[in-house]
Design a binder for this molecule. Structure first.
Ligand SMILES: NC(=O)c1ccc[n+]([C@@H]2O[C@H](COP(=O)([O-])OP(=O)(O)OC[C@H]3O[C@@H](n4cnc5c(N)ncnc54)[C@H](O)[C@@H]3O)[C@@H](O)[C@H]2O)c1
Length: 349
């Protein structure tokens, strides 16, 4: 077997632990060094994962390690400078979502990747969750004929603020955090969107941004979708982190239930199968849907590095998903539907 691709990871925080386990599972990639601007974090993280070298400065690490790829696992405000730095060092670059806070920053990163001639891959792991992969396969197999309507619902009351305290302080929260994932899944399953209408809610006291939203989107194909998210729903058992799906077509309906059942309603009958992701050896329920999707995404990154696959999704693709999220805020402010192409062309981002 050829040598593994040599990678570095930037940002040794909460979610990067999943990245590291995923990289350890991925055949053909090895993280050789990690970096965090907080020395104690970088040192402890390197020790936990048996990584020989750690740094507090990303530029220093990239110069010393000359990696094949870099995995940017910091929060959004640092993405543009770090992604540009990594690409400038000739590394294929993986960037966590939200890719950027503004369209201009996202576009600059896409341009930097093009100039460097290196792939920019956005860590949109939701589309790599087993239920969504199964839905895509069944849609393409024609199980429901031509799709006409979809509902994606990510509603729960799990205390996300315990692991990610910054979420309580961010003024653009639910749409930029999970909305982006849902918009990416929507485009993955149903293609591009013409316009979006969105309403937001702030339910939990003390949260700076919106913690719930509902968006309706119209696709180029004519499919209409309702995309819902709430971090303030009292449900027992709590479905976190599952997305419930209802997908209607001219010949039938596909459904993903809260217990990971994929149901096909067709010809007056229901067929059901289990699409629950495996719990990785390093993982635990209820996080396994997320953890297994990180591992699947990172295995895909190795395929991209080897030239066997195109990025899913690329920075360029995710720029339109970001535009949907920004347009959703504009819609919530104005009360009107926002046409995505006109919104981008208007430069009002
Ligand atoms: N895809 C998913 O399912 C998922 C889930 C959770 C979080 N996330 C995303 O992952 C990203 C990280 O989230 P988190 O909760 O792990 O954040 P975190 O705050 O726990 O970790 C970020 C780390 O990056 C470090 N850092 C920041 N700037 C740096 C720099 N310039 N150089 C080196 N280190 C730097 C910080 O010190 C911190 O340790 C966010 O964008 C978040 O939205 C994605």
């Amino acid at each position: 077997m050829s040598d593994p691709y040599r990678g570095v990871l930037i940002g040794c925080g909460f979610f990067a632990r999943n990245h590291m386990h995923g990289w350890a599972d991925a055949n053909g990639a090895a993280i050789v060094a990690v970096c965090d601007r907080e020395r104690a974090k970088a040192e402890a993280f390197a020790a936990d994962f048996g990584i020989a070298r750690f740094y507090t400065d990303a530029a220093e690490m990239l110069a010393a390690e000359t990696p094949d790829f870099a995995d940017v696992a910091t929060t959004v405000e640092t993405h543009r400078p770090l992604v540009e730095l990594c690409l400038g060092h000739g590394a294929a670059t993986v960037c966590q979502k939200p890719f950027a806070e503004t369209h201009a920053d996202g576009k600059a990163m896409v341009d930097a990747a093009e100039a460097a001639g290196k792939p920019l891959i956005i860590h949109e792991n939701f589309r790599w969750q087993r239920p969504f992969m199964a839905l895509k396969e069944r849609l393409e197999a024609g199980d429901i004929g031509a799709p006409t309507f979809a509902r994606l619902a990510f509603r729960h009351g799990y205390d996300v603020y315990a692991n990610q305290p910054y979420l309580a302080k961010t003024e653009r929260f639910a749409i930029m955090d999970v909305g982006l994932h849902l918009f990416d899944v929507d485009r993955f399953l149903l293609g591009d969107v013409v316009d979006i209408h969105c309403r937001t809610q702030s339910i939990k006291p003390g949260i700076a941004g919106e913690d719930a939203f509902i968006a309706t989107v119209r696709h180029e194909s004519g499919v209409v979708a309702s995309i819902e998210c709430s971090f303030a729903s009292k449900i027992a058992p709590d479905p976190f982190p599952q997305t419930l799906v209802w997908l209607e077509g001219t010949e039938g309906t596909l459904e993903v239930t809260g217990d990971y059942r994929l149901r096909l309603h067709r010809n007056g009958t229901v067929q059901e199968r289990d699409v629950e992701p495996d719990v990785p050896a390093w993982g635990a329920a209820p996080w396994h849907a997320v953890q297994a999707s990180v591992a699947a995404f990172e295995a895909h990154v190795v395929d991209v590095l080897a030239g066997r696959a195109a990025p899913q999704p690329s920075g360029a693709h995710n720029l339109t998903t970001l535009a949907m999220a920004l347009a959703a805020y504009r819609s919530a402010e104005t009360g009107s539907a926002v046409n995505i192409n006109e919104f981008v062309a208007g430069g009002a981002l």
